[in-house]
Design a protein around this ligand. Structure first.
Ligand code: ADP
Ligand code: MG
Length: 343
């Protein structure tokens, strides 16, 4: 689903006329593409092919993303996170700076949301069949649900600087809700370190952009309209946003789900119930300077649902767009902070 999401977002990155008089003459948009984190990446840098090759930019990007995976992928059995998860020791371990940065932000958002974003939710994610383990054939029993729920909670995880420890031996952390966004930040920072100020980075639908296109126009992003038709293939542009120098993240429950006896189960878990979310919110888009933060927040708001999410977004000054399914279409709400980015 991520491939479709990526392609769509890139295809729909449409040109809008803007008020930039400059025309960065001989520059072109160099497209760099590849695979990472079980999905694709698409990067556009306003420069020349020669410069990209001379700087070995794509090799540097691939190496940086490989490092992110080596630190935070629960799909790699020997990644830093997997070793921490497998270990039953409650002694503190030293973690890499990148891993510590993502943990710190995840814990901050976890506390801010009173546990709605919870990176220790992994055992529940796996129980419902969305993690590296297999998808279940049937709905877990209440008993299994309640014993699994006892394993989770941010209070069981301690991060002090680069020292990470768990209070309970079987604590399991899952950064999949925020690691893709972090990967985007890593790539964006790398591109800037190499001297570029006009670019767009996208990994599996999470984006961060800066400056202008090669034509001098601002980057514009189309947010797709979720259509819950039986075939699930129909899509259309819902909104066009001009995020300026920011990241855009969307959490949507209309693609990654499974069905049992006609009921849909999302891959997003409400830690309070231990169950997949079950409300009419179909997607949340967040704009923030950090892709990691935008990614984490979009999931947080998704867990909360439209009403609570909207309140939380207003209280915390978050630029957020909510799309909910109604009987006869879609209901859309956005915060004042989001409004400035709408075309
Ligand atoms: P996507 O953008 O691809 O829809 P998200 O960024 O929304 O994905 O993250 C969903 C993933 O986060 C799930 O697959 C699961 O691994 C994990 N997850 C599910 N519920 C929560 C939660 N309440 N807090 C933190 N992580 C969660
Ligand atoms: Mg997310």
């Amino acid at each position: 689903m991520n491939i479709i999401k990526s392609l769509l977002l890139i295809c729909l990155t449409i040109t809008l006329s803007a008020c930039f008089p400059s025309n960065p003459s001989k520059n072109t948009e160099v497209l760099l593409q590849g695979r990472t984190m079980g999905t694709t990446y698409n990067i556009k840098v306003v420069t020349t092919e020669e410069e990209i090759i001379a700087l070995k930019l794509q090799q540097k990007i691939d190496a940086a993303l490989q490092q992110v995976n080596q630190e935070m992928s629960t799909y790699l059995p020997n990644s830093e996170i997997s070793l921490f998860n497998k270990s039953s020791s409650t002694e503190a371990v030293t973690v890499s700076p990148g891993f510590a940065r993502v943990l710190k932000e995840s814990i901050r958002l976890g506390k801010l949301s009173q546990g709605k974003l919870d990176i220790t939710v992994g055992p529940l994610v796996n129980l419902w069949g969305f993690g590296p383990e297999q998808r279940p054939e049937k709905i877990p029993s209440d008993e299994l649900l309640s014993t699994t729920k006892q394993r989770i909670g941010l209070d069981k995880l301690i991060l002090e600087g680069d020292q990470l420890s768990k209070k309970t031996p079987d604590l399991y952390i899952d950064l999949s809700t925020i690691a893709k966004g972090y990967g985007v930040d890593v790539v964006a920072e790398l591109i800037e370190e190499n001297g570029f100020t006009n670019y767009l980075v996208e990994i599996g639908g999470e984006m961060r952009l800066k400056g202008v296109k090669h034509t001098g126009e601002l980057w514009a992003i189309a947010i797709e309209k979720p259509i819950l038709d039986p075939s699930g293939v129909e899509r259309a542009i819902h909104q066009v946003v001009i995020p300026k120098d920011n990241a855009v993240a969307t959490s949507g429950d209309y693609r990654n789900y499974f069905e049992v006896e006609g009921m849909r189960f999302s891959h997003i878990i409400d830690p309070d119930t231990g169950k997949p979310i079950n409300h009419n919110l179909v997607s949340v888009t967040v704009i923030d300077p950090s892709s990691m933060t935008a990614d984490g927040l979009s999931t947080t708001l998704m867990v909360m649902g439209m009403e609570q999410g909207m309140r939380f977004a207003i209280e915390n000054d978050i630029a957020a767009l909510f799309i909910a399914k109604t009987d006869d279409g879609f209901d859309e709400q956005f915060t004042v902070k989001f409004k400035q980015y709408l075309k």
